[in-house]
Design a protein around this ligand. Sequence first.
Ligand code: ADP
Length: 475
Amino acid sequence: MVMVLILRYQGYQNIIRQAERLTLATLENNAWSIAQIINGDEHQHLQEAYQEKDEISGLTQDQRYDNLHKALASAQKELGIETPVYTYTKNEASNSFDFIVTSSLDPYFRHPFTSAPEEQISSYGKSNRLPAYSDEHGKWLSAFSPIRNSSGEVVAMVQVDQCFDHFLNEASQDAFAGLWWNFLLILFLVIIVWKYVTVLIYKEEEDKIELQKIIGEKTEISERLSLREKELERQKKSLVNKNQYLEDFANIVSHDLKSPLRGISNFASLLSRRLGPTAESSTTEYVNYIKSNAKRALNLVDGILNYSKLGTDAHNNTSCNLLDLVKDARENLLSVIDGRGAVVEVAERLPDAVCDKVIVTQLFQNLIGNGLKYNNAEVPTVKVTCTKDPEKGCVMAVSDNGIGIAKEYQASIFDMFTRLHGSEGQFEGSGIGLAFCLRIIKSYGGEIWLDSEEGKGSTFYFNLPEALLGEPEMV
Ligand code: ADP
């Protein structure tokens, strides 16, 4: 608001200055024009007459004065001057000015003008303007010009005035018009800005509170997380200890179980040797039965031990190609393959993987071994291939031309100690192999399933998504 006031006041000042300049220029011009019209000689005579006669009334009859007055009146009319135009002479004796001819409207006026400004006295005889001055009638602007006689002497001065008050009023009205509306507008804007700022401040406060709340919640969450982490760490330690304990336990148990079993097996062999070929056939059969059961029990203990270790030992993952692992498995089964006159066919290319070579080789060995074992074909044949599946990715397949598995048993064969064909003693086994396979596959995020028909063979499928690297098309 103060700014608006200052700007308006400056505008007002500029208007006044400009108006003063223009007015003074006009006044100066008018003063000069009138000075040219007035006859200087007549003026000089009139002046002399004044000095002789100090009665104003006596002058009214003076013909010289009439002429002068008429000339002045016509000039005033011609120039459109509304204010009185007057002339004056300098009174050297009193150092003042005497009006000797005044307004064309009021010629009978003679007045010693003693309060002339210093500038006017000093500039007598020259064209000039006076600085604005004020009297009881208002603020005035004046310009004057010398009147000369025929000899060129300055005999009087003509002065033209212009009252400036009405202009000042108009300029001030113009400059300050609508100020109250401006103030109201500014007030309105100030209120809006203030409201906006208040809203912003309020919003900032709210944001701060919200932020503090979030920080508080975050701190609480991180405290809870750190507690949870500690709890997990504690559980992890406890699990490691338990695993270690279980591993120790399994080792001790297997060792303690295996030594009496080995003892039974050894003593049964000794007994069989001592009995010799002459022994009763039923006795030999019983001794052999003891031997085979002891061997089976030993295999079972080994199987359980391997199975339990699978859960406790971390995988020793390295990069490899599955073809090499399948070939190793086939190598391990060479005596069985040769003994049965069997064939194990492997695809030319299998995917790369990052896995524990020992246990994945064991996985292939179990599946290929089962394909050879549960097989009465003339030439038992097992094929290892890899197929592409849009959902499961690279799927390994181990198929055989064996005895197959009836539909109703297919779901249960992955359970521990489940054996479908072991009761007649035709197929040796512990019922742990497929449970072991399932556990390995699950540890790599995979699945195992089968497709089998009794008497026609089986195909075991599995994938290892967390171990296989190669895309199926590489296969
Ligand atoms: P094991 O072979 O030691 O008995 P597994 O867990 O490997 O134990 O197999 C469980 C059972 O599943 C086997 O006893 C057998 O009856 C059946 N089985 C496994 N693989 C095949 C196969 N390729 N063909 C037919 N039956 C199979």
